[in-house]
Design a protein around this ligand. Structure first.
Ligand code: FAD
Length: 501
């Protein structure tokens, strides 16, 4: 008898149903469960709830009679309703909580994880071989490139260099309000979206669920067909320009040349191998320069893969890391995405992007939202929860390393060699935010003091003892000794407290 197969809401691509020794039975009946408790527990961005539900229901519509789609309070109840006590298979879920659940359920056989390039065991062997303590993304990434023969010419990296970061960190073109890249793919809503909106409205009206953010027209793919169109559009029209301005920020052009593929990858609608494969093909055809293709491959085969592996490798306690002893609660203006309450133009613009779309690219996440949280000493677990709830591509596995490690340095340097934070000078160099802003990036204390410049020095002062031992930070920390107005600055920051900057 064929065993039914359970698809989680981030396992929506066809590869999750490929039969085989390590896959479900051929033509296995499919079970999908929409668990309301997931939305009740936390205040998610409404656009994210919309996207996830829309994607699940689109997949169910594709599978037709093959799927039993159950709307239940919890996963356990849903499984009971769908198959009773009959056996089930499921691919390794992406969170520790879900893995614990499926392992604890009688009759559920857990198949290997899909949706990533490197199997867990291979990573563990690699990491243990590298001491397991101070792992570095760059070393991992080169190992993936070699072992998957990705963007290689024999033993050598294509284009003669492993790393093209140097060409990919340009400031925005002077005076430009947009990069002028061809527009990204945008989906059209359909009946499924209408039904989802109707349900979300109903849940909100009844008071059982509360959301944050705006649920404008859906901006991200909800089906395999849409995700493939988005990928083709990106590789065909936007990949060539991906590299140079990867780190730039423009108020009127939030997307620049970024791919907008993270939600599709994380919903399982796209497989990373097909994304990097198409990008490499574009380079081999001469359609995109090596720095752009390498930059994109690095994001997927390097960062995304690394973050996934570290989530499992670092263990459950990692989420409670708080090496800097930060305990301040997140203020309401931040929790509510109240961009209008914020004066600092950079933070206000980016918070509005999150409020309106549930997305902003990696530099605003790291160097504005995350950096501000770090400078203010907000509790890293609460910051992680905020990112998870407010971003369309946020999942437990991707949040923990990115926020606890990369952005909040709460792991004390297991993931990065130094905290990622800066003063206003960096923001000014990499964006067009500062010109019309009420604050001046060069002013650290007194009228017009930039919250990032002041926040940077206050952060260095607070953690001086730790940071001066870090070779990548010691010079910056010594800069504190040259500040004649440090006391004024610290008093100003104390008065500013947790209010909107
Ligand atoms: P592109 O710039 O076009 O990059 C291509 C792809 O690379 C992305 O689609 C994504 O799949 C992958 N990628 C790149 N960097 C990372 C990374 N650090 N971790 C995982 N994947 C990566 N990414 C998420 O997918 N979900 C998140 O919840 C998330 N939260 C983040 C929080 C912080 C504080 C930071 C610093 C980064 C976070 N990222 C997250 C990584 C990155 O910001 C997003 O993947 C990216 O901005 C998504 O936009 P894009 O698809 O246009 O990416």
């Amino acid at each position: 008898m064929t065993t039914a197969h359970w698809l989680f809401g981030d396992q929506l691509g066809p590869h999750f149903l490929a039969p085989g020794q390590e896959g479900p039975d051929r033509d296995a009946p499919v079970v999908m469960i929409e668990a309301r408790s997931v939305f009740r527990r936390r205040r998610f961005h409404r656009a994210k709830a919309h996207l996830v539900l829309s994607a699940m229901r689109h997949r169910a519509a594709e599978l037709g009679d093959r799927v039993r789609y159950v709307k239940a309070e919890t996963y356990r109840e849903g499984v009971r309703e769908a198959v009773g006590s009959s056996p089930l298979t499921v691919h390794h879920p992406t969170s520790r909580a879900a893995l614990g659940l499926v392992r604890a359920m009688d009759g559920v056989r857990v198949l290997p994880a899909l949706g990533f390039l490197v199997p867990h065991d291979d990573f563990r062997a690699w990491a243990d071989g590298h001491g397991g303590v101070r792992l570095r993304q760059e070393t991992f990434y080169r190992w993936v490139r070699r072992s998957h023969e990705l963007l290689m010419n024999g033993e050598e990296p294509a284009g003669g260099r492993w790393n093209h970061d140097h060409d990919n960190r340009e400031a925005p073109p002077a005076g430009a309000r947009t990069l002028g890249a061809p527009a990204p793919y945008r989906p059209h809503e359909d009946d499924v979206d209408e039904e989802v909106r109707h349900d979300l409205d109903r849940w909100e009206r009844s008071g059982e669920v509360s959301f944050v953010g705006r649920d404008g027209p859906r901006r991200f793919p909800a089906s395999r067909r849409e995700a493939r169109s988005a990928l083709r559009r990106f590789v065909g029209h936007r990949l060539a320009g991906f590299g140079p301005h990867e780190d730039a920020m423009l108020a009127d052009d939030p997307v620049l040349s970024h791919s907008l593929l993270s939600s599709s990858l994380n919903l399982g609608l796209l497989d990373p191998a097909e994304c990097v494969g198409l990008a490499e093909d574009a380079w081999r055809r001469g359609d995109a320069p090596v720095n752009s293709v390498e930059g994109f491959v690095r994001q997927i085969a390097g960062w995304r893969e690394y973050v996934w592996q570290l989530y499992w490798y670092f263990g459950e306690d990692y989420r409670r890391s708080n090496a800097l002893g930060h305990h301040a609660p997140l203020p309401d203006w931040f929790l509510d995405l109240d961009a209008d309450a914020v004066t600092a133009r950079c933070l206000s613009t980016v918070l509005a992007q999150v409020r309106d779309t549930g997305w902003t690219h990696h530099i605003p996440r790291l160097m504005l939202l995350g950096s501000h949280a770090l400078q203010r000493g907000w509790d890293p677990a609460a910051v992680t929860d905020w990112f998870h709830r407010c971003f369309v591509d946020g999942y437990d596995w991707v949040m923990l390393p990115n926020v606890v490690g990369m952005s909040q340095y709460a792991d004390g340097g297991r993931m990065t060699t130094k905290p990622y934070t800066s003063g206003g000078a960096y923001v000014n160099r990499m964006s067009d935010f500062c010109g019309p802003c009420a604050y001046r990036p060069s002013v650290r204390a007194g009228a017009g003091a930039c919250p990032f410049t002041a926040g940077y020095w206050a952060f260095l002062h607070r953690h001086r003892a730790r940071l001066e031992r870090n070779p990548r930070m010691s010079q910056a920390v010594r800069g504190l000794d040259r500040l004649t107005d440090l006391d004024d600055l610290l008093e100003q920051e104390r008065r500013r407290g947790n209010g909107p900057p």
